[in-house]
Design a protein around this ligand. Structure first.
Ligand SMILES: Cc1cc2nc3c(=O)[nH]c(=O)nc-3n(C[C@H](O)[C@H](O)[C@H](O)COP(=O)(O)O)c2cc1C
Length: 209
């Protein structure tokens, strides 16, 4: 429970304690996948390649669960990022809300689901437009003799039928991200707010920006 003497920061004129900020952040994460234009709908996934090279790319946040401290995104199982995560399951997901001036930096431990009930359940909810990309005949990132659209060329602008799209299922992966710690940063001329929530040891701390 928040005690009345608990230190608070001021966000949009409202006093916010560390537990308040944590709840605010998760509220934004859980609502993002259901909203078309939410700034947390996409994020940057940072991984480290087996040769030690750090890498980053955009992914779509598909689901967030505050109680389980989990975030999920989808990928082609043949993608480079999956090889990175197989070698080193630790990653960072970075979110930025330009309007609210809030950055969330999530340190995560990933689990890759390909052929299990979690992957089956999420695949069932993927629409044909997204399934189309899993029909690619080629490994993502492989060199091609010319431009390749990422799906069998005869499909063109068309969507595959639901039955046709099933051919993409073997290439589909769900990446489950267990959030071990999250860092919150809000920029403001009146003063910046920086805090860290460590879910492994339960410690919530204010940080110097
Ligand atoms: C707006 C946007 C959203 C994207 N969403 C995803 C995604 O959810 N999953 C994914 O694997 N790649 C996604 N991509 C493509 C990746 O950023 C990346 O280019 C591609 O997956 C290859 O990355 P890799 O070689 O590191 O695996 C997205 C790209 C953009 C621009």
């Amino acid at each position: 429970m928040d005690s009345p003497s608990e230190p608070t920061g001021i966000v949009d004129g409202n006093p916010r304690s560390l537990p308040d900020l944590n709840v605010d952040a998760w509220g934004q994460l859980t609502s993002a996948p259901t909203q078309k234009k939410h700034p947390f709908k996409t994020c940057f996934l940072a991984t480290v390649a087996p040769d030690g090279q750090p890498d980053a790319r955009t992914v779509v946040l598909r689901q967030a669960d505050e109680a389980a401290r989990r975030l999920w995104f989808h990928s082609d199982v043949r993608a480079g990022k999956i090889a990175h995560l197989q070698a080193n399951p630790k990653a960072t997901l970075l979110f930025w809300d330009d309007e609210a001036q809030v950055q969330l930096r999530c340190h995560v431990q990933t689990t890759i689901h390909t052929d299990d009930p979690i992957a089956n359940e999420q695949w069932a909810n993927v629409w044909e437009g997204s399934r189309k990309m899993y029909l690619s005949e080629f490994t993502p990132g492989s060199v091609q003799p010319g431009p390749y659209p990422g799906f069998p060329e005869p499909l063109g602008q068309n969507l595959p039928t639901r039955a046709e799209s099933e051919a993409g299922r073997p290439n589909f992966a769900v990446v489950e991200c267990r959030v071990m710690a999250m860092e919150y940063l809000r920029l403001s001329r009146a003063g910046q707010t920086r805090a860290r929530f460590n879910y492994e040891n339960g410690r919530f701390e204010w940080l110097a920006p």
